[in-house]
Ligand binder design. Structure first.
Ligand SMILES: [Ca+2]
Length: 499
């Protein structure tokens, strides 16, 4: 093309042609630089969103148009889980696993009242900051201790430095560049909803930095749809309790003591859980989710207007699920699918569009996955496996099974078909065995079925080997070790209680 512009014998035109050629080379190298520019990362994280609370994943009873867009534009993991919880506030260990990439037994300082992320493990935002990203945080920070915020983030919006609050009038702290929150006092705005505040601050950050020299990592951590289920009236009006179908696993009460029947979450609905109370709760829960989805829509729109959308990796996930009437429970202090299974979507450069993956995985894998996608080395302290090979090639393998634990009362394991849950509570053992391929809502306990005894035995052997491999009851954390030894000593001392 440049050669075609040269007209021999014309000095001026030759100079002009040279200038044009140089300009073209510069333009081409600018394009090359742009193509090679590391992508931004936008991490949208919700609180207590059930895995099936996404319209595009086959749930016609909830409206999530903006998360649906991410499903259409990205790759969705349909069997993504957390490992369980070491406290009734499952958010804490879930987020500590996410931020550090450590398993439930390798996150330290787990005491719920003194919870802090250890400096021994670099967090995902710390790694990105060290590699040239601007790092931004807004919303719920849980663990509430703030040491890791100072280490990890260059920028921030308003922060909730506790596990939960009212959605309006939330006690929010201004981000501090020095990372020192000892003198920080929260500010409350009675008329503004937390999700709108977090979206406002995320949008302001994106508008200020999307066109800058450095790529950004923006972590938008909503405190919704966690209760209290509050949203503007027009969202509440979208869901008529009379039209909400009861969950397939609805029960008025849980059939036995799982160790957590008296916890705060379980008091959100009356005993027995009436059909009407469950329908009303789900209506408000869904309204809160749809309102949060609308805030996600605002953030995505701002990213598009900034010109940064096409060069931004977007991750969407939640920290744990909820029961809200399933199995007679309300909270997340259990190992049923509705508690430990969560939505997980990746979208953006290099991510297949409109695809799903059914590989068994943990959301703790987000950390090494983002490192892989950004071409950064994964710290040795990260326990979870990267999902990048599976994102690129659906025939790649990931895990054969997943192990779950809840405090000192429940342990579980699932493979690609069956799930075993073992309980040892107050001198009683209970065993549940579900065939998830035929019974995804965990309705039919097969633990007493003669033809399933081989499967039961196999899963118990696997549970024991994973217990040892993961150091459940024998970890570096005194707190986690105690939870493990308490469960396993009770379990082994008690006779098999059957289903
Ligand atoms: Ca949560």
């Amino acid at each position: 093309m440049t050669a075609g512009l040269v007209r021999p014998g014309t000095q001026t035109k030759t100079i002009m042609t040279r200038q044009l050629a140089i300009a073209l080379v510069l333009a081409a190298s600018a394009v090359a630089d742009e193509a090679a520019a590391p992508p931004n990362v936008l991490f949208l994280f919700t609180d207590d969103q059930q895995y099936d609370m996404v319209g595009a994943l086959g749930n016609p009873h909830i409206q999530t148009p903006h998360i649906d867009r991410l499903v259409r534009e990205g790759t969705t993991f349909t069997n993504a889980y957390i490992m369980g919880g070491s406290s009734p506030g499952v958010c804490l260990p879930s987020r500590a696993m996410l931020l550090t990439g450590g398993t439930l037994w390798n996150i330290e300082n787990q005491d719920i009242w003194n919870y802090e992320i250890s400096e021994a493990r670099k967090t995902l935002p710390e790694v990105l900051r060290e590699n040239g990203h601007l790092t931004f945080v807004v919303g719920k920070n849980d663990p509430g201790r703030t040491g890791h915020i100072g280490r990890a983030y260059t920028h921030g919006g308003r922060l909730l430095l506790q596990g939960m609050s009212q959605q309006y009038n939330a006690p929010l702290h201004a981000f501090r560049e020095d990372g020192d929150y000892t003198e920080s006092r929260p500010v409350r705005i009675p008329t503004e909803h937390s999700a709108e505040i977090y979206a406002d601050d995320a949008i302001a950050f994106i508008e200020a930095h999307a066109g800058g020299d450095k790529p950004f990592y923006a972590y938008v951590s909503f405190q919704t749809p966690h209760d209290p289920w509050q949203a503007p009236e027009r969202y509440l009006e979208m869901y008529d309790p009379e039209e909400i179908p009861l969950p397939a696993s609805y029960k008025p009460e849980h059939p036995f003591d799982n160790g957590m029947l008296d916890i705060r979450d379980e008091m959100l609905l009356p005993h027995p859980r009436t059909e009407q109370a469950v329908r009303e709760a789900i209506a408000k829960y869904h309204a809160t989710m749809t309102h949060t989805d609308a805030q996600i829509g605002r953030i995505l729109e701002a990213l598009e207007k900034s010109g940064g959308y096409d060069n931004t990796l977007i991750v969407f996930a939640s920290d744990n699920g909820m029961a809200v009437g399933r199995h007679g429970l309300v909270g997340k202090q259990n190992l049923y699918e509705h508690a430990v299974r969560v939505p997980l979507i990746f979208a953006g450069p290099g991510i297949p569009r409109g695809e799903t993956r059914d590989h068994l995985c943990y959301i703790g894998g987000i950390f090494p996955t983002l490192c892989d996608l950004l071409g950064l080395p994964v710290p040795e302290t990260v326990d979870f496996k990267s999902l990048a090979p599976v994102i690129r090639d659906t025939s790649a393998s990931h895990r054969d099974h997943l192990y779950f634990a809840f405090m000192s009362w429940q342990r579980a394991i699932r493979d690609d078909r069956h799930k075993l849950i073992e309980y040892a509570v107050d001198g009683q053992r209970h065993t549940q065995l579900f065939d998830l391929s035929e019974d995804p809502h965990e309705l039919h306990n097969l633990a007493g079925s003669p033809e399933h005894q081989d499967v039961l035995t196999e899963l118990r052997v696997l549970l024991e080997s994973e217990r040892l491999r993961l150091n459940d009851g024998n970890s570096t954390s005194e707190f986690a070790t105690r939870l493990g030894t308490d469960f396993w000593s009770a379990y082994e001392a008690l006779p098999d209680g059957g289903p």
